[in-house]
Design a binder for this molecule. Structure first.
Ligand SMILES: Nc1nc2c(ncn2[C@@H]2O[C@H](COP(=O)(O)OP(=O)(O)OP(=O)(O)O)[C@@H](O)[C@H]2O)c(=O)[nH]1
Ligand SMILES: [Mg+2]
Length: 382
């Protein structure tokens, strides 16, 4: 069953690669893209229905944020986990591929935050369709908020950038979208009237193309509205298919001890496509602290100090939140009853207009370093 679907995917991928995009071929290109999206979904379904498939490794989330490691075998993922968690975790390291066969979680501590790192088995081509432990690995990756893609220097001193693109491609096929957001699209299905297409700004697809794509997915009568410029066919397909995960990647280039001629950072940034990367050597413990700091930065974490009413603030154990988090999220993190029983809070710090500002709104955005006193309905001596 899956072999047939895979063969069809291969055929369509080849057709897509061999079709030169222009006005006349646009329609058939979009048709192929729609078919591919459906077939890939079918493959994921087939793999998930097999015993043990698609369920991840059942790792319980803990800590303030979760970061998953992904990369080909033997790039040094487990060596890195052991270093970043300072010996509190031991994931087996060996010179042969597929040393790690399940997910190994570890806790990295930095600046009062506890970050759960998840070491995973190496992936191979075809992971998205269930090859190797691909389904489980990708399911574990889906639920992390930051994905560390690990590549490394080869023995000849070059960097294996091919692997980066292969990993990205597997993530893409598994419905994971990196460093991008879902397009702002609204689809209102109706009982009749065909497709009505409205949009803001400049668009690359015209009404006929939008209609043809929507029809392909069984959307026949609907108002379709794009509020972003230049929505691509892929974005429209993603929106209709749903079930996509939008997350961030950070690139680790390991084994820098094998480097022969030095690389300019501009060149590496160009090869990677952005400057969210770091070069390390797990073997020589080079740049490990810098990586730790980068992970913290990428997660956009902030520290908030609680001051129980009429007492001193606890400056030793901050609550860790994400930038942009609200008072409601802070309350939830302390205990869910704080959301229901919330009356107001007194706030000192960057988010307060003056020290000790009284905040009554749960949608107030907290800032790094704020000190917060929460008063609930149960506080009798307000
Ligand atoms: N030269 C060099 N070798 C390294 C470095 N980091 C790890 N290795 C070696 O690379 C091999 C694989 O390391 P692992 O940490 O097991 O790699 P992995 O990515 O977890 O591998 P799998 O679990 O099989 O996917 C081991 O022989 C390590 O000693 C490094 O910075 N430099
Ligand atoms: Mg490993």
């Amino acid at each position: 069953m899956s072999e047939k679907v895979e063969a069809r995917i291969k055929e369509l991928e080849e057709r897509l690669a061999n079709t030169i995009p222009n006005k006349h071929t646009m329609r058939s290109i979009n048709f192929i893209k729609a078919q591919l999206a459906k077939l890939r979904e079918d493959l994921i379904q087939i793999a998930s229905s097999k015993k043990g498939g698609g369920r991840g490794f059942g790792i319980k989330k803990s800590g303030d944020a979760q970061v998953a490691f992904i990369g080909f075998p033997s790039v040094g993922k487990s060596s890195l986990l052991n270093l970043l968690t300072e010996g509190s975790t031991h994931s087996k390291v060996a010179a042969y591929d597929f040393t790690t066969i399940t997910a190994i979680p570890g806790m990295m501590k930095i600046d009062d935050a506890k970050i759960q790192l998840i070491d995973l088995p190496g992936i191979i081509l075809g992971a998205a369709t269930g090859k190797g432990k691909g389904k489980e690995v990708l399911a574990a990756v889906r639920s992390a908020e930051l994905i560390l893609i690990i590549i490394c220097f080869r023995e000849d001193g070059s960097i294996n950038f091919d692997e980066l693109n292969k990993v990205r491609n597997e993530l893409y096929k598994a419905g994971i979208r990196l460093n991008t957001q879902s397009a702002h699209i609204v689809i209102k299905e109706q009982s009749r009237g065909g497709i009505h297409f409205n949009y803001k700004g400049h668009q690359i697809m015209n009404r006929d193309e939008v209609k043809a794509l929507a029809n392909e997915f069984g959307v026949i009568n609907a108002g379709i509205y794009f509020s972003d410029n230049d929505v691509t066919p892929e974005q429209l397909i993603d929106f209709i298919m749903g079930n996509r995960v939008y997350t961030k990647e950070f690139i680790v280039i390991n084994k820098v001890d094998l480097m022969k001629d030095s690389f300019s950072s501009e060149k590496i940034t160009e090869m990677i496509g952005h400057d969210h990367w770091v070069m390390i050597s797990a073997k020589n413990q080079e740049n490990i602290n810098q990586l730790r700091k980068k992970i913290y930065q990428e997660l956009n974490l902030i520290r908030v100090y609680l001051k129980p009413p009429k007492q001193q603030a606890d400056m030793n154990e901050p609550i860790i939140l994400h930038r942009g988090d609200t008072m409601k999220i802070l309350c939830q993190k302390i205990h869910k009853r704080f959301v229901n029983d919330f009356r107001y809070a007194l706030v000192w710090g960057k988010s307060a207009r003056h020290p000790g500002q009284k905040i009554k709104k749960l949608n107030h955005i907290i800032e790094d370093g704020d000190i917060v006193s929460i008063y609930t309905k149960l506080d009798v001596n307000k």
